[in-house]
Write a protein that binds this ligand. Structure first.
Ligand code: TRP
Length: 306
């Protein structure tokens, strides 16, 4: 029997390049080798958007378009909506007994999010506990593999702790899951922040039109010390190079550009123009396929009626 893979995304906006690098590319491989499930995590999205349910509702379809446009094939991958499986919520209740508040407060991903989203003073039980519900997402289907970006590793660790506690007390029922992290596990935001995120306002979306893409790249963070073209520049921590490493297939040319940049004499604009071209090669076909799905009202109506 094939191994099972499960992963998911919060429908809070269209998917961006961070999702693409972090887990969408792995899913395209896994759908041929694994029994794959991809979940639109609307219940989890509510944990920090409970006051804006329309946003979550509307983005369920946007995320589904992105999946199809990227090449997640519904004949190979089961795409489903979290809220349509109430057993996940039910399981979450049972898992809650197995996790201390202390442990939840130590979760590094949740800690970062609390800070970024300014939730320190109004932290809800729902948000603090979302790792427990994510453990239910992963275990209800007995997933063996979870393709995710690096920031999700603490969630898998938390899941496996719950699996071990559950099995110790109630018998050998649940299976542990392994994270599958891609080589480039984290793409910085256009502003150079460690993570790309919708709420951080530093994302390039798979659905961005060419002019928006170009504008975002032209405004990208490089090396603040690289003022004149002749100045030697830093490659480390330089967002444009991080993106070229992730998306430019001409690895040797990128290596030569890095060398030139460090020596001095290579301007940011040349690099950014190259990056626009490289990203357009990735996003262009996705954007086109997305448009086709958006216009295929029959396909969408059929999916909605199921
Ligand atoms: N927390 C994930 C994110 O923010 C989304 C998610 C929800 C998920 N449930 C999951 C990822 C289960 C992997 C497995 O991107």
């Amino acid at each position: 029997m094939k191994q099972r893979a499960l992963t998911g995304d919060r429908p809070t906006g269209p998917l961006h390049l961070g999702h693409y690098v972090g887990s969408l590319t792995n899913r395209l491989v896994l759908q041929d080798t694994h029994d794959q499930f991809v979940m639109i995590a609307d219940v989890q999205a509510l944990t920090d958007n409970f006051d804006n349910p329309d946003k979550v509702h509307d983005n369920v379809l946007q995320v589904a378009y992105d999946y199809l446009a990227v090449g997640i094939d519904p004949t190979k991958t089961t795409i489903f909506i979290q809220s349509m499986i109430p057993e996940i919520a039910e399981l979450t209740i049972f898992y809650m007994n197995l996790v201390t508040i202390n442990r939840l407060q130590r979760n590094p991903t949740v800690k970062t999010e609390i800070k970024q989203k300014g939730l320190t003073k109004k932290l809800t039980a729902g948000f603090l506990c979302y790792p427990i519900s994510q453990a239910a997402d992963i275990t209800f289907i007995r997933a063996n593999v979870v393709p995710v970006g690096e920031d999700q590793l603490p969630m898998i660790e938390q899941t496996n702790e719950i699996v071990r506690s559950f099995n110790r007390i109630y018998g050998d029922v649940l299976v542990e899951a392994k994270a599958l992290v891609p080589k480039i596990a984290r793409l910085p935001g256009t502003d150079g922040q460690a993570k790309m995120g919708k709420s951080l306002g530093n994302a390039i979306y798979l659905s961005d039109p060419t002019d928006v893409l170009a504008k975002k790249v032209m405004g990208m963070y490089t090396d603040p010390g690289h003022i004149r073209v002749t100045d030697p520049g830093n490659v480390e921590g330089n967002t444009v190079f991080a993106y070229l490493d992730a998306f430019d297939p001409r690895v040797d040319e990128v290596a030569a550009l890095k060398e030139h940049y460090q020596r001095g004499g290579l301007g940011d604009v040349i690099l950014k123009k190259r990056l626009i071209e490289v990203l357009e090669n990735t996003i262009g076909p996705i954007r086109e396929r997305r448009k086709q799905f958006e216009q295929d009202k029959e396909y969408v109506a059929e999916a909605n009626s199921k």
